[in-house]
Design a protein around this ligand. Structure first.
Ligand code: NAD
Length: 415
């Protein structure tokens, strides 16, 4: 499979929109770089007594609209270019939904499945300490991403708090509710994607009950999305995770699959479905394909074989620019990551606001406010798409980059 460097992908997407918008060259030149990139080494005493050293990163792309925001990923493929791309995408994502943040991302190059719980805790705590010089409630607020969860966010919060000498819940989002987390945060990204799917179906006057969906990835994003959208009446006919894929044209029982995954860790071996490979899964016929695993999944190698009518990007960067062009020629509408998966950062923003005020909102208030923000962002993107006859990604980029550029223009160049 063609593996594009994701930083090149992110920059190419910016170059495309800058040209369409006639963006001033000084703003373009500023936005094609990241403001700050920190590389840290993380020595950990392993259970064996030996010391292993891992590499970690925290990158802040742009802070003109507010403090930096972005998840922490722990994965063996993490590298500086990937983190830079993800941080740039965070700047656009926060701007699409118009929340007052800049973009950031963090990562540790490590396979967490090879660590004991104690080793993982040490890894996260030492990483947090090392990046402590650039994070903080008013500077940069991390959150969960691939292979990181609420427990890990609790360790980030505790480590930062120990270092500053007081409890600082607003330094990180995606925490457990009992230490300042927000109601609704664990499912926010999946819920946001479901809202986008609803809006899309409304546009084409299609009933949710007649909608067949395939989802790549069954983690925090893909798993939750399957749960919410199947309860709303859609049929999940295909799903995959790192262990492989499942297909059942009559619809997969998501409740039972969730139980199975809770017991075994993976979807592989779940009864009543055909086993398919991850590559095959993406090429099966369906109404909506939701890639919700990693980058670089829909490329110029498989884009021409995709039979979905719509692609809604749950993952960040699953489609390469050459694949985008092929999909466009085929008439497949792609709702881009920066809009489709923005529900997570939106509820993270609510969590931060609640922490700063020490005043908590109800689950209902969270979900209603998320719904309003996602629907407004969708409508704004769709209006640009229709007016300019742009593909959805370009329309979302025009909105997002336009908002960031406006902030850069107003603030000017220091000194
Ligand atoms: P996760 O670790 O909870 O889940 C990842 C899932 O992808 C797992 O089921 C894993 O088995 C599967 N997977 C990994 N490699 C795969 C492969 N080659 N083929 C098929 N499946 C594979 O991570 P997550 O938080 O669900 O994140 C998934 C994507 O969504 C990432 O791109 C992430 O950046 C993006 N995202 C996450 C959030 C969030 O709030 N967690 C928000 C916005 C975007």
């Amino acid at each position: 499979m063609e593996m594009m460097n994701v930083w090149d992908v992110a920059r190419k997407q910016l170059a495309n929109v800058a040209e369409k918008m006639n963006l001033e060259s000084w703003i373009y030149n500023k936005l094609r770089e990241c403001k700050r990139s920190l590389i840290v080494s993380i020595p950990i005493r392993m259970d064996s007594g030996d010391v292993s050293v891992f590499e970690g990163y925290r990158v802040q792309h742009n802070l003109d609209r507010g403090p930096a925001k972005g998840g922490i990923r722990i994965h063996p493929q993490v590298n500086l270019d990937e983190v830079k791309a993800l941080s740039m995408w965070m700047s656009w994502k926060c701007a699409v939904v118009n929340i007052p943040y800049g973009g950031a991302k963090g990562g540790i190059c490590c396979d967490p499945s090879k660590l004991s719980l104690k080793e993982l805790e040490h890894l996260v705590r030492r990483y947090t300490s090392e990046i402590g010089i650039i994070i903080g409630p008013e500077k940069d607020i991390p959150a969960p991403d691939v292979n990181t969860n609420a427990q890990i966010m609790a360790w980030v919060m505790d480590t930062y708090s120990m270092n500053v000498g007081y409890s600082a819940p607003s330094v990180v989002t995606g925490k457990p509710v009992s230490i300042g987390g927000s109601a609704g945060r664990p499912e926010a990204t999946g819920r946001g994607i479901a809202i986008i799917v609803d809006k899309l179906l409304e546009k084409i006057s299609q009933n949710i009950e007649n909608t067949r969906i395939i989802v790549q990835g069954f983690g925090n994003v893909g798993g939750v999305f399957c749960d919410i959208i199947s309860k709303a009446g859609a049929k999940i006919i295909g799903v995959s995770d790192v262990s492989g894929g499942l297909y059942n044209k009559k619809g997969i029982n998501i409740e039972a699959l969730k139980k199975y995954v809770a017991e075994t860790g993976f979807i592989k071996g779940f009864k009543g479905c055909d086993a398919v490979s991850n590559d095959e899964l993406l090429e099966l016929e369906c109404d909506i394909l939701v890639p919700a695993a990693l980058e670089n999944q829909i490329t110029n190698k498989n884009a021409s074989k995709i039979k979905a009518k719509f692609i809604v990007e749950g993952a960040n960067g699953p489609t390469t620019p050459p694949a985008d062009e092929i999909l466009q020629d085929k008439g497949i509408v792609v709702v881009p990551d920066i809009l489709a998966n923005a529900g997570g950062v939106t509820v993270s923003y609510f969590e931060w606001v609640q922490n700063l005020q020490s005043l908590f909102w109800s689950y209902e208030q969270i979900n209603n406010t998320l719904l309003k923000i996602m629907m407004k962002a969708f409508d704004e993107v769709w209006a640009i798409k229709e007016e300019k006859k742009y593909p959805t990604r370009l329309a979302a980029y025009v909105l997002a980059v336009g908002r960031v550029a406006e902030a850069v223009r107003l603030r000017g160049i220091y000194p």
